[in-house]
Ligand binder design. Structure first.
Ligand code: SAH
Length: 300
């Protein structure tokens, strides 16, 4: 603002409202386009005042610098977000090649799905950087999300082709359920801890993953309303196979469960139901959190 002048004109006719009438601004002619003059007309009792104020408009260069800064911030954010996505995609690819394919995971569909499911979104933000490492991670309530290799191994054991109905006991973070859904299965997952059941349901919903139903209950009893299942996966350790799970398994169906001491180590065991009887195969040594509830009371 460089200049200001006020003219006072007597108003002989009638009193006017004591409030500014109108305020407007205009730019001057072309040769003077860099100057702007604001007019204010003020009607008071017997006076009309006209105030002229010259404003120096923001110079074009300043305007463009400001726009440039805003655009750059937007572009920077977009690039850094997509780079974050790329970082996780890269880590996921490495996980698949170094931890799964290089070991004994040969089911192409398991490798493809684990190369796509965003495991980092199933752990707390503090652990995202470690989501694709070769070990389990803590989730809420003192529980764990299994090591990627164990998720792949258990999924591969079930020999899924897509379209199967699968029961999971121990939803935890929801990651294993997401992998099963990615394999084209209808997933029924039971979680005994309410907080985890609700959190996993939220994560899966936010990812837009359908095909997974989660129920808060003691998974020892399975999901009788929707039985029988083509496959059952138990992701907590028990010292025996809960009989209701065997009952809810279809003839020829497969059940993977960590069996053994719930305090120390277990054996990942694959049970196939043949002529109504379990055929048992031991797969590998594993370590899972214990199955609580009925499993602790009952010895099977
Ligand atoms: N599959 C999970 C990890 C499971 S951790 C994932 O992908 O993240 C084992 C889970 O089993 C824990 O969340 C624990 O609360 C749950 N659990 C323990 N006993 C259970 C029971 N009797 N019924 C259902 N879930 C149980």
């Amino acid at each position: 603002m460089s200049a200001s002048s006020t003219w006072m004109i007597e108003n002989p006719w009638r009193p006017a409202p004591a409030e500014p009438w109108r305020s407007f601004s205009l730019g001057l002619k072309k040769k003077d386009a860099s100057r702007r003059i604001d007019f204010s007309l003020l009607l008071e009792e017997n006076t009309v005042s006209l105030e002229l104020q010259e404003r120096k408009p923001m110079r074009k260069s300043v305007f463009f610098i400001v726009i440039f800064i805003f655009v750059s911030i937007g572009v920077f954010d977009a690039v850094s977000l997509s780079q974050q996505g790329d970082v996780y995609a890269g880590k996921r690819r490495q996980m698949v090649s170094r931890q799964l394919a290089s070991r004994d995971i040969s089911d192409r569909r398991v490798l493809d799905v684990m190369g796509k499911v965003p495991r980092h979104l199933f752990v707390a933000p503090d652990y995202r950087g470690q989501a694709y490492e070769d070990y389990p991670l803590p989730i809420d309530e003192g529980q764990t999300i299994s090591q990627p290799y164990i998720v792949a191994l258990m999924t591969q054991c079930l020999d899924l082709r897509g379209g199967e109905k699968v029961l999971e006991i121990g939803t935890g973070s929801g990651y294993q359920a997401a992998v099963l859904a990615g394999m084209g299965c209808r997933v029924f997952s039971v979680e005994i801890r309410e907080v985890l059941a609700a959190q996993a349901a939220r994560t899966l919903r936010e990812l837009g993953l359908d095909g997974v139903e989660i129920k808060q209950a003691d998974g020892y009893f399975g999901w009788p309303e929707d039985a029988p299942f083509d496959a059952i996966i138990v992701t907590c350790a028990a010292n025996h196979v809960p009989p209701p799970l065997l009952e809810q398994l279809k003839e020829g169906g497969r059940l993977a469960i960590p069996l053994g001491s719930t305090l120390y180590f277990q054996t990942l065991t694959l049970i196939t139901k043949v002529e109504g009887k379990p055929r048992v195969k031991q797969i590998s040594g594993v370590r899972f959190v214990p199955m609580i509830g009925e499993a602790e009371k009952s010895k099977g």
